[in-house]
Design a protein around this ligand. Structure first.
Ligand code: F6R
Length: 628
């Protein structure tokens, strides 16, 4: 995630939520409930439009959906069987009522919603204005509504008209539109922005996310890049931008509505923290044979190609990047292939060395992160093979990769990623072990033993969750804390970084993660009286770094730090140096991130909640970032 820039003209956007419905139900209700299910994407205005008796009726309001609800109560909308709705995150033009979507064309024919950025909007706007069109907003999106309005007014068929419009647009867009004169037809198009079709019986949906229509149907179709869909209650026709029939990919959504709701938890984030044992178990499910060997059926890359790989580059952003840092230790250890980890937004700008024998592995929960997507495109242009590890079926990143390993974590709604991280680590481990198996870098019984340990982690994660009360109590002590440090070594280092990121993003406090051995080279100057320092201690005895980390704890404690130590169950060596000790189940070093990250996630969740912050939708952040 990245901070949002709200200045008009800025090229930074969040992922808007889009829904369209056509069918016998009350369209406005279906649309608004769909918008609510997409709230987690982040937005600052919302709107809905319907067609009744040849007229477009719309309501739109700045602020949360409750403002839109109030507007609809004050000015009720007529019953309709077709409707579109949108949650907007402001880019071109501030978050006002008039900049909210849907946009209605000057001639009243078209209502349109848009996700993305139309880069050449200024020229198109000037052209339309010169032709007498008056604009009612400052948005880039309105040009698409006006262009489409002009096309249909000339008698062009609605789908052909949209085709003509998209062929004039530059940038990223999902567009959904309806015509006041065709009350049973929606048209939609996508380029570089997500769009899925929900297939019902006598009704159909289009949306940026299956969550928007899961209440009504689990059957969906993912649209490809540069495709257009023409939807009525009983038909769905997919074409490319030239009008040729195009192949679409039907799939079944495997999670239900209750999975997308809070199930009694105060925050989605807390619910998702508690879902981690299941999420990791589901990610591992069906991926190994009875003899302990691995099967990754979805990896349609010939084994000969996997054997020829001489370098791996893991590319990701934020929390996913830290999961990649963890994975590097395991992958290098198991496969003996050199593995680099790179922040996606930096990747292609440094001219990385990529050859046909480089394997690029991308990690993305949403599957829509633009920085990661651009890195994939760059890697594939250089003929590297790309494997995506992703949690979102039908998303752009898996579609544009050579192969995908899905993390079956279920929907992650809280903006701060939690089960995304653990399942990304688990999926990377599957990939690492699979490569070791294919390349015979490890004996079968060694792989089976590691797999068995990996498969044993879900109940251990559950044990950590069952013992989180002391962490929650600790959070209460730090409501007014300004700064917190996190230390770790080896895989404990990315865990420390992840603990710090969680605190920054939801509790808004300064937090830093360091490799514990690096402290003496500078960061130890930050340590003063009473500062809380979390330390992830590697497993005792079996790990050479254990004693070194204990020395690091003594160093910070001698300078006044309050040490909060995460150490395994019977590690008594560390006890004298810990002000607070949180016990972790006994696991090997490489498995430790799967248990040690959990208390740090909960500490941040609890602290942010006690401070009265919106844990699920922290300020300046949203769930997916679809432009660079
Ligand atoms: C942090 C967080 C972000 C994401 C990052 C990548 O809690 O959620 O740092 O991890 O924006 O997102 P995905 O995994 O969707 O590509």
């Amino acid at each position: 995630m990245r901070p949002v820039c709200r200045f008009p003209g800025a090229k930074v956007t969040r992922m808007c939520g889009i829904i369209g419905y056509v069918g016998p139900r009350a369209a406005q209700e279906v649309v608004v409930s769909g918008l609510r299910r997409m709230e987690y994407r982040g937005y600052d205005s919302a709107g809905v439009a319907v067609v009744v008796d040849g007229v477009i009726e719309y309501r739109k309001k700045a602020g949360k959906i409750t403002n839109l609800d109030a507007e609809i109560v004050a000015n009720p909308m007529p019953e309709a069987t077709i409707g579109i709705g949108h949650t907007r995150w402001a880019t071109h033009g501030g978050p006002t009522d008039y900049n909210a979507h849907p946009h209605v064309s000057d001639n009243g024919r078209i209502a349109l919603i848009h996700n993305g950025i139309i880069e050449n909007f200024a020229g198109l706007r000037a052209e339309l204005q010169a032709g007498g069109v008056s604009f009612r907003s400052e948005t880039d999106s309105e040009v698409a509504a006006q262009l489409l309005g002009r096309e249909v007014a000339q008698g062009t068929d609605l789908a052909d008209a949209l085709r003509a419009v998209v062929n004039r647009l530059k940038g990223a867009f999902t567009l959904v539109a309806m015509d006041a004169q065709e009350p049973e037809r929606l048209v939609a198009a996508r380029r570089n922005s997500p769009l899925v079709v929900g297939v019902g019986e006598g009704e159909n949906f289009v949306a940026s996310d299956v969550a928007a229509f899961i209440e009504f149907t689990r059957n969906a179709i993912e649209l490809g890049q540069d495709q257009l869909v023409d939807v009525t209650p009983t038909s769905i026709t997919v074409t490319d931008f030239a009008g040729n029939p195009a192949e679409s990919h039907p799939f079944e959504v495997t999670w239900d509505l209750s999975a997308a709701e809070k199930s009694g938890y105060d925050w989605f984030m807390r619910k998702e923290i508690y879902e981690q044992p299941q999420a990791v178990a589901d990610t591992l499910l069906g991926r190994f044979n009875e003899d302990g060997s691995l099967k990754l059926d979805e990896l349609h890359i010939p084994e000969a190609e996997l054997r020829s790989i001489d370098k791996i580059i893991i590319v990701a952003c934020g929390t996913a990047y830290y999961a990649g840092m963890v994975a590097k230790y395991a992958i290098e250890h198991w496969t003996r292939i050199a593995c680099e980890v790179e922040i996606a937004s930096e990747f292609r700008y440094r001219d990385p060395i990529i050859t046909r024998t480089t394997l690029v592995v991308t990690l993305s929960q949403s599957g829509e992160t633009a920085d990661t997507l651009m890195a994939i495109r760059h890697a594939r242009e250089q003929h590297a093979k790309v494997i995506a590890i992703c949690n979102t079926n039908g998303a752009t990143i898996p579609r544009e990769s050579d192969a995908v390993i899905y993390t079956h974590a279920g929907p992650e709604i809280g903006v701060a990623s939690t089960k995304g991280f653990l399942t990304q680590v688990a999926a990377c481990y599957l990939l690492g072990l699979y490569l070791a198996q294919v390349r015979e870098a490890k004996y079968g019984d060694e792989i089976a033993a590691i797999m068995a340990e990996l498969a044993s982690t879900p109940p251990l994660i559950q044990r950590v969750l069952d013992g989180l009360e002391p962490i929650k109590q600790l959070a209460a002590k730090y409501i007014n804390q300004q700064s917190v440090l996190f230390l770790g070594r080896h895989v404990g280092y990315p865990v420390a970084l992840e603990g710090a990121l969680k605190l920054k993003e939801i509790a808004y406090l300064h937090a830093e993660g360091f490799p514990a051995g690096e402290l003496k080279h500078g960061p130890i100057a930050l340590v003063d009286e009473g500062i809380p320092v979390f330390v992830v201690v590697p497993p005792q005895g079996r790990d050479q770094l254990h004693d070194k980390v204990i020395s690091n704890i003594q160093e910070v404690r001698a300078r006044g730090a309050f040490t909060i130590v995460l150490a395994e169950e019977d590690d008594e060596e560390v006890t004298p140096y810990a002000d607070v000790i949180f016990r972790l189940p006994k696991v090997s070093t490489l498995m430790q991130p799967l248990v040690a990250t959990v208390p740090l996630q909960m500490f941040a969740c609890e602290l942010a909640s006690l401070k009265g912050y919106d844990v699920d939708q922290p300020r300046n952040l949203a769930k997916s970032v679809t432009v660079e």
